[in-house]
Design a protein around this ligand. Structure first.
Ligand code: IMP
Ligand code: MG
Length: 173
């Protein structure tokens, strides 16, 4: 297994997170923001961005799995769900990466049934070319090509999440 040089550096990541946080801060002024992190992948991005959002907010999490190794399993399992009542909240789902869109679409529809005041989606990375299900995404950090990436919370087999930068992952053949 090879993890190469940074595809996105620590500086590029920090710069983009700050930019997204500024947009979110102004869009959510006066709103009742509930930031929902999708674990495990979003844990680092989530903790970085919430500290830069100036709007008062609450946090909650969804633990979901949908991905086996480097191939999308196409099936979503919820292991932990939001505990907050969302009916009076402006919910912002925070995701690490959108690939086929299956995970996010499933969670979005599930959450919409709980009747939030509003629902938006923020993802750090977007592999737009791989999309199978059309999901509306309101905030995108970087659009990336169809490469499997690790680091900054993203894993291969639950490894490499602690890499401070994002790197393209290649299996050694
Ligand atoms: P989707 O349902 O196909 O959009 O898959 C989304 C989920 O797959 C993300 O939340 C990630 O956990 C995982 N995933 C997709 N692409 C990558 C990648 O390049 N590296 C690591 N995880 C990925
Ligand atoms: Mg993952």
């Amino acid at each position: 297994m090879v993890v190469g040089k940074p595809f996105l550096t620590v500086e590029q990541i920090q710069h983009k997170v700050a930019e997204l946080a500024n947009r979110i801060s102004s869009d959510y002024e006066g709103k009742n923001l509930l930031a929902v992190g999708i674990l495990k992948g979003a844990f680092i991005f989530f903790s970085d961005i919430v500290r830069l959002i100036k709007t008062p907010l609450m946090v909650d999490f969804i633990i979901a799995s949908s991905y086996m190794k480097t191939d999308s399993a196409g099936e979503v399992k919820i292991h932990y769900d939001i505990r907050e009542d969302v009916s009076d909240k402006d919910v912002l789902l925070i995701e690490d990466i959108v690939d086929t869109g299956i995970t996010l679409n499933y969670m979005r529809e599930r959450l919409l049934m709980q009747g939030p005041k509003s629902l938006k989606i923020c993802t750090f990375l977007d592999k737009k070319g791989r999309r199978e299900v059309d999901v509306p995404i309101d905030y995108v950090g970087y659009e990336i090509p169809n490469e499997f990436v690790v680091g900054y919370g993203l894993d291969y087999d639950n490894k490499f999440r602690n890499l401070p930068y994002i790197s393209v992952f290649k299996k050694r053949t």
